[in-house]
Ligand binder design. Structure first.
Ligand code: AHR
Length: 510
């Protein structure tokens, strides 16, 4: 059997786990909102029409922050349509997804849902068809306490307390020709800078995200980030990244190694942001908001195209996730943790139904997709400081990325509880790996748990009738070692190995 070694040490600190790394995304897209989080006629719906089964799963998923309302949708959205009495809200065409938007769910509903879900809202602005004035109006509606036109309108709509939204995206994927109001980097950079400047005249403490490239394969990638940041450096705190991966031509090894691409993408954006920083002699550092990431096979969407009859809440891009997809999701989370000194916001796109870890049937059940599990476990167990680990591992040949280490890993150490969690993926689809964990620096610790997501059928999925076909399982652990432990990593598996200090009092129930 192949073997690998990794060493954990509390001094190998990358950063504290940023809570916003476990964000997600709710877009007015397909059935994410309607019959996803909001379905007033559903048996589980609360007084506001929110599905409580979905709320429960959202909390279980451990989501910290949710970006809203798009995505491509936001670039043609008038937020005023979604506030005030529901019977006066207009129906509109949503050109982004060629759907009819009823506006039954809008800003006030999202604020209330966020509160109930216990998440921080992250608001995206329309900088496609709109601009500075609209952004200021929306900010005033959301955050100003009262005594002005927009803040009093919010109060008249029943929201006496401001929503106090701290984190704002200045548009969405403005580099993409598919985006309504698509712009050049220079046009967008100026607009982002002027919008940010005006918003900060209202509230200097806002945190603002400028649009980076829609993906690293865009022809303008790199130049786009440099131009936008040259224009807007002083007005923004983050630059965004988006990336979706999928199995192509049955090449499982490359797919399982998708995090190689994500990590290179992050490194390139960090370099570009720091290049602009050097040029501007700036002290301030721009962080990264990876505010759309997931596994998404866009082939069907590209082939079928959008609906042509403007349906309401059609079932769009409802990808069903396999074991292999879930392993990749786990690996992408490891990549984010490995770079969390600079990536401090990230959003799994999306939350419900549309490329999502949670699926629902209208009027029916909600269930966890396979990809739900690595996210929920990482969000729950990655506590405290993130530790760099560099496994000495066999390499694996991939067609897309060349030779890559078979083991991809990161660890966290929680000073409060003393717990260590090691997240590790065996990317090799065919060969198991015996992993030796050297923990001399945590000499008293013992392995207490090894949880695995894998399976003989990597194409297995969950469904409404078989919602627990794919679940993580606990496997026996080697508890004998002093300063060293062993874990068997199945081929194509996502693993979390927990080490605890038996001498530490455990004062909290898990
Ligand atoms: O998440 C689905 C879509 O992917 C979003 O609307 C868009 O921003 C991206 O291209």
């Amino acid at each position: 059997m192949q073997s690998a070694i990794l060493t954990i040490d509390p001094e190998f600190r990358i950063a504290e786990v940023p809570p916003r790394l476990f964000g997600s995304f709710v877009e007015h897209l397909g059935r994410c909102v309607y019959t996803g989080i909001f379905e007033p006629t559903h048996p589980s719906a609360d007084d506001d029409g929110f599905r409580t089964d979905v709320l429960d799963l959202t909390r279980e998923l451990g989501v910290s922050t949710v970006r809203y309302p798009g995505g491509n949708f936001v670039s043609g959205y008038r937020w005023e349509d979604g506030v005030g009495p529901r019977e006066t809200r207009p129906q509109r065409l949503d050109p982004a997804w060629r759907s009819t938007e009823t506006n039954a769910f809008g800003l006030g509903e999202f604020a209330a849902w966020s509160h109930r879900a216990g998440i921080e809202p992250m608001m995206a602005l329309n900088l496609g068809t709109r601009g500075v004035q609209d952004a200021c109006d929306l900010l005033e509606y959301c955050n100003h306490p009262g005594g002005t036109y927009w803040s009093d309108l919010r109060k008249a709509h029943g929201h006496t307390k401001p929503f106090d939204i701290r984190l704002w995206c200045l548009g969405n994927e403005m580099d993409g020709p598919w985006q309504i109001g698509h712009k050049t980097a220079a046009e967008y950079g100026r607009l982002a800078a002027e919008t940010g400047r005006a918003m900060r005249m209202i509230d200097p403490s806002l945190e603002l995200v400028a649009c980076g490239s829609s993906h690293s394969g865009m022809p303008t990638f790199g130049a786009w980030e440099a131009t936008v940041l040259q224009e807007a450096y002083d007005q923004v705190d983050y630059i965004s990244l988006h990336a979706y991966y999928h199995l192509q031509d049955g090449d499982l090894a490359s797919f399982l190694a998708s995090a190689v691409d994500m990590e290179a993408f992050i490194d390139d954006v960090v370099s570009t942001a720091d290049h602009v920083r050097a040029k501007r002699r700036a002290n301030k550092r721009i962080d990264l908001s990876f505010d759309e990431w997931n596994v998404w096979d866009q082939t069907d969407w590209r082939e079928q195209g959008p609906p042509d009859d403007w349906p309401e809440a059609p079932p769009l891009i409802e990808d069903t996730y396999t074991v292999a997809d879930a392993v990749v999701v786990g690996s992408l989370l490891i990549a984010l943790l490995r770079h969390c000194d600079r990536v401090t916001v990230a959003c799994l796109a999306q939350l419900v139904n549309a490329i999502a870890p949670i699926r629902t049937e209208p009027g029916g059940p909600a269930w966890r997709q396979a990809s739900f599990h690595p996210f929920a476990l990482t969000a729950r167990l990655a506590r405290g400081r993130v530790l760099r680990v560099d496994p000495v591992a066999p390499v694996m040949a991939t067609a897309r990325y060349g030779d890559v280490p078979a083991v991809h890993a990161v660890a966290t150490y929680d000073d409060d509880s003393g717990d260590v969690a090691i997240f590790a993926v065996n990317r090799n689809p065919a060969e198991p790996v015996e992993l030796t964990i050297r923990h001399d620096a945590f000499a008293r610790h013992r392995i207490t748990e090894h949880t695995v997501l894998s399976g003989d059928d990597l194409a297995a999925t969950n469904s409404s009738t078989n919602p627990d076909r794919v679940i993580p399982v606990s496997v026996p652990v080697d508890t004998s070692g002093h300063g060293s432990a062993r874990a068997y990593l199945k081929p194509a598996s996502w693993n979390v190995v927990r080490l605890t200090d038996p001498d530490r009092p455990r004062d909290r129930e898990e």
